[in-house]
Design a protein around this ligand. Sequence first.
Ligand SMILES: [Mg+2]
Length: 270
Amino acid sequence: MIHLFRTWNRCAARIRQAEQIALLFDFDGTLSPIASRPEIPRLSPSHRKMLQALSQDSQVAIGIISGRGLRDLRRRIGIRGLYYAGNHGLELEGPNLRFLHPAAAAARPVLVRIARELRKRLTGIFGVLVEDKTLSLSFHYRRVPRARHSTVQDIFMQTVSPYLKRGEIRVTRGKMVLEVRPAVQWDKGSAVKLIRREIERSRSPRKILLCYLGDDETDEAAFAALRANDLAVFVGGRKPSSAASYYLRDQKEVKEFLKRCRHLRTAMAA
Ligand SMILES: [Mg+2]
C-alpha cells in the first residue's frame, strides 16, 4: 500500500490516457469528516466547488456511494448531474439512470419491526440512535460511553438475531455503527459495477478509468469491484488489510486529490 501522492506521476499518466474517468467517493469520513451525530456532516464549500467544476467536464463522471438514504445524500451534496447511490447501492440515481433493488423494497416491513423493537429495548440508554434509512437501518453508538459499548451491541444482536436466523436480514459493521440490511447480496461494489456499465453504455469509451475513495469496511466491496488498472484509494492512513492499493490520510488530502485531478483536466483542455 502506497501513498497516492508518492506515485502521483504514474497515476496522472493513467488519468491523462483514459478517455473517460469516473471519480467515485464514499461520503462520511471520505468527503466530509465523521461527526458525533449523522445529521451533522455537510460537504465543505471547497470540496463542493471542486466537485462541481469537475462535474462540468464531459469526460469526467462523478458518483457518491454512501450508506445514507438516497434523499439524505442528495440533499447533503446538492450538485446536479452526479451519480448518487444510497443505502450502499440499493437505490441509485444519475444521468439517465434510476435503480431500486426490488428485494430491498420488499424488506421494508421487517425493518420497521426491528427499528421499533430496538427503540423499545434501548429506552433510557444515553447516546444510541436508531436511524431509519427506509431500505436499511443504522444503529449508531458513537455517543455511548465506551464502557457501555458491549452492552448496547449485545442488545442489538439479541434483537436482530431471530431475523438473522430466518435469513430475513443481514448485518454489517462500520465505524461505531451496526447496520441492518435486506438479505440480498448487494453492496457498494454492485453500485460501482452498475455505474461502470451505465458509463460504457451511454458513452462507449475505449478506455475508462475508475477511481474509488472510501474510508470504511463497507467500502472494501467497492475496492474489490475495481479492475487492475483502476485506482482504489483508502482514506485514513496506511491500512494493509484493505483491498485498496493506495491510501490518503484524511479529507484534506481528498481535497488535494480533487484539486490535482482538476489541474490535470484543465491542462489537458488547454
Ligand atoms: Mg465512510
